[in-house]
Design a protein around this ligand. Structure first.
Ligand code: TXA
Ligand code: MG
Length: 343
């Protein structure tokens, strides 16, 4: 692969030729970075075995980590699955299109390459107008993991995608910054009780409003020792990590800052706006503690920026695990490889 074409979208109507060009590339077996409301995806025709294999190669992604298939209508849901329980329709009715991925038993249409050899498939109907239009124009379901090199922070701007994928994929569609900033919520409806596999843009509370009871998979908050224990293989791998070491540091703004200030090591902070007045070390703020949506919006960009701080270790201040805070905490926990310290 040599040159990655860059399509900047200013308006859906005005830039329809670029969207069609991107959709053509996907339908014909190419790879395209596309915007969604959560993070940028690395899109390929989910029905094209060779194209799907190239996603794994380009990302350096383990073959046992399945891909989410993105759709634009409910007929596709039926084609890709062998059984759709009522709960899936209820969730779709309330939260699709949007940042929710539903795991269901797969149909024969879905290859083992897409499903990581599981008997299930993860499906999402994104709400981003550019993503929706690309799927419609491509006329095929689209397999798309986050468009980062495996293990790196997920991309929330076209520039992030360029950083990781320039020269490796056919095109990037720039649809601006992702409005949510963390990936979709992954919920499995394959067992006796709905199970949250990955917290994301739809909160646990929002799921419970529809499903009544939801079990939270152990991997959401703790480190699994054995691969065989993972319901969502993606939760196994080290993730979202900058090159700089990250440690979670718990405590109030004053305690958090005082602890970082007193460290002998060459340390910095990944902090809230509220911590800034107390800090004497280099820092990157990722939003206000009072407004967890801002933290979700900025976290992945901030995790890329910490490498510019010029420090050996960065101490991260995390939000409480309520609402969207659970998704933010889950991402930082992995970036920190589960290292937690109390100030
Ligand atoms: O917001 C998102 O979901 C973004 C955008 C591009 O749509 N995509 C995304 O894909 O985050 P990816 O591949 O980075 O994460 C997919 C997660 C992984 O943790 C994977 O293990 C899990 O979903 N997953 C996929 N298929 C699964 C399945 N059949 N069973 C259980 N987990 C599955
Ligand atoms: Mg990912």
């Amino acid at each position: 692969m040599s040159k990655t074409v860059f399509y900047k979208i200013d308006s859906l109507e005005g830039d329809m030729p670029k969207i069609r060009a991107a959709a053509d590339i996907i339908r014909n077996g190419g790879l395209v970075g596309i915007p969604t409301e959560t993070v940028y995806g690395l899109a390929a025709n989910a029905l094209d075995e060779e194209a799907v294999k190239r996603i794994f190669e380009v990302k350096g992604r383990p073959a046992n980590n399945p891909l989410i298939v993105h759709i634009a209508n409910m007929i596709s849901l039926i084609n890709l699955t062998s059984f759709v329980p009522q709960a899936a329709y209820s969730l779709a009715e309330k939260y699709w299109p949007g940042p929710l991925t539903i795991v269901l038993p797969k149909s024969e249409v879905v290859s083992g390459t897409v499903s990581g050899n599981l008997e299930t498939v993860a499906i999402r109907m994104p709400s981003h107008p550019v993503a929706r239009e690309i799927i419609k124009q491509a006329g095929v379901p689209i397999a798309a993991p986050s468009a980062n090199i495996s293990g790196r922070p997920s991309p929330t701007t076209a520039k992030h995608v360029l950083m990781d994928m320039d020269g490796k994929i056919d095109a990037i569609v720039d649809g601006g910054e992702c409005s949510i900033g963390v990936e979709s919520t992954v919920v499995s409806l394959c067992g006796p009780t709905p199970r949250l596999l990955r917290p994301g843009g739809i909160t646990l509370y929002q799921l419970e409003k529809v499903l009544k009871r939801v079990e939270v998979d152990r991997a959401v908050m703790s480190k699994l020792k054995r691969a065989s224990m993972a319901a969502s293989p993606g939760m196994l791998h080290k993730h979202y990590a900058p090159k700089t070491k990250v440690v979670i540091l718990k405590g109030t703004s004053e305690r958090f800052a005082a602890h970082v200030n007193e460290l002998e090591e060459n340390a910095g902070a990944l902090c809230f706006d509220e911590d800034i007045p107390f800090l004497e070390k280099p820092y990157i703020s990722y939003g206000s503690e009072q407004n967890p949506e801002t933290l979700a919006y900025k976290i992945f960009d901030a995790l890329r920026e910490v490498d510019d701080l010029g420090v050996d270790v960065v101490y991260a201040h995390c939000p409480p695990t309520t609402g969207i805070g659970l998704a933010v905490y889950n991402r930082i926990l992995r970036a920190a490889d589960f290292n937690i310290f109390k100030a």
